[in-house]
Design a protein. Structure first.
Length: 113
């Protein structure tokens, strides 16, 4: 039985962005970095050291898995996939953030003129 996804929360920004980048498709490292920059409109960038340290940790936690690349992708590129558990953790984090944002919007609305 898999652990409760909520036990992994809150996610640090790098982890959140990596899992989000892998939610749509399997990707290699450079593609993950590009997707993180794209889905954050360039506001968040992740370097190779942080990326590969994070991927190693996430793999050990069972959130991502290394998978074979597409046909003809080349042996040097390592591809990663979001696991079922990783998808559950990402969904739980999105739910948590929605609650936080709702509270923040209410508080800001009460403070703003």
């Amino acid at each position: 039985m898999l652990p409760d996804p909520n036990s992994q929360l809150p996610l640090n920004p790098a982890t959140f962005h990596i899992l989000l980048a892998l939610a749509g498709e399997d990707r290699h490292g450079y593609s993950i970095m590009q997707e993180v920059a794209r889905h954050s409109d360039g506001r968040y960038r992740i370097g190779p050291g942080t990326l590969y340290d994070s991927l190693d940790r996430l793999s050990k936690q069972g959130l991502v898995a290394e998978v074979p690349g597409p046909e003809g992708a080349g042996a040097r590129r390592r591809y990663y996939q979001l696991t079922t558990f990783g998808r559950g953790v990402l969904a739980a984090e999105v739910d948590r953030l929605q609650v936080v944002l709702a509270h923040a919007k209410r508080e800001l609305g009460e403070v703003m003129p």
